[in-house]
Design a protein around this ligand. Structure first.
Ligand SMILES: Nc1ncnc2c1ncn2[C@@H]1O[C@H](COP(=O)(O)OP(=O)(O)OP(=O)(O)O)[C@@H](O)[C@H]1O
Length: 273
């Protein structure tokens, strides 16, 4: 792993000092702008999400973190009067190009939301839901996928004897790890997490953070978090956003110890936000 300067000449104001995974980019965001009706929420964002690494999006409330995250798998498509300009490149293809299969795109990107959102079904059916959607019905294949995903989300030992019980009977922290199991069951390449610990207590948060650490390498993870401590603990790279702009995108250690932009410094030292 080396520290490389990734250039984005079209926005001189963003400071880049990103830790390069050596495996290239999982996602390239290029001159990306987003408008909710007349209101612009993202301004010329340029960012390379490094493959196999954990990337945190931080910044004060309303700065556009969730908007940017949801732009990566086109979750924003469902919003009326939304316009975008720019590109999001995954596997050399712009995901906003005409004719893109959005369902296929979302299969490559598992998503975990703020609040655990298990379906009112059994633990087993929750985990293998994405495979059912794909039309897989082979029992042995589903059981194997379920076990793999639950082991991957560090929940297997806690639920292996109650797979047919309702997922709603699990604790909040277990439900969130179940949602992570569901997100990884179809073996996506990228995991998008929108404040995955905001509804969890400190112990459950620690477990999810540990899990993120374990999933690193296997998946490219982008996580929105309000907690700077969490960003510092779990991520390789951190992107600081402010008023819809990407201000600084760099190696997490550097962002938190020696930020290069005064706005980043003001935020991480608690002067605003
Ligand atoms: N569906 C929407 N329609 C219109 N405006 C929206 C919508 N979603 C977000 N916005 C606006 O876009 C801006 C960015 O919001 P976003 O939720 O992305 O910020 P955030 O950094 O994730 O905030 P928070 O940390 O509070 O969750 C805000 O001004 C917000 O009001």
């Amino acid at each position: 792993m080396s520290t490389a300067t990734l250039e984005a000449p079209s926005i001189p104001k963003t400071v880049y000092h990103v830790t390069d995974s050596g495996q290239g980019s999982a996602i390239s965001i290029r001159d990306f702008n987003l408008f909710y009706g007349e209101a612009q929420a993202l301004y010329n964002v340029n960012m390379e999400v490094q493959r196999g690494m954990v990337t945190s999006l931080i910044g004060p409330s309303g700065c556009g973190k969730s908007t940017l995250l949801r732009s990566l798998n086109r979750m924003n498509d469902l919003i009326d009067n939304l316009r975008i300009r720019g590109k999001v490149i995954v596997h050399d293809n712009d995901i906003y190009a005409p004719g893109v299969d959005v369902i296929a795109l979302r299969k490559r990107m598992g998503m975990v939301f703020q609040k655990p959102n298990p379906f009112p079904k059994s633990i087993f059916e929750n985990v293998i839901f994405p495979l059912r959607v794909e039309g897989i019905s082979d029992k042995a294949m589903l059981e194997e996928a379920c076990e793999r995903a639950l082991k991957g989300s560090a929940l297997w030992n806690e639920v292996k004897d109650r797979l047919n019980e309702s997922a709603l009977g699990l604790s909040g922290g277990q439900q969130q790890r179940l949602c992570i199991a569901r997100a990884i069951a179809a073996e996506p390449e990228i995991l998008l997490m929108d404040e995955p610990c905001s509804a969890l207590d400190p112990i459950a948060t620690a477990k999810v953070e540990e899990l993120i650490h374990e999933l690193r390498g296997q998946f490219s993870i982008v996580i929105v978090t309000h907690s700077m401590q969490q960003a510092a603990r779990v991520s390789d790279n951190t992107a600081f956003m402010y008023l819809g702009k990407l201000i600084e995108y760099g190696a997490t250690d550097t962002v938190f110890t020696t930020p290069k932009d005064s706005r980043t410094e003001d935020y991480i030292t608690g002067r605003f936000g």
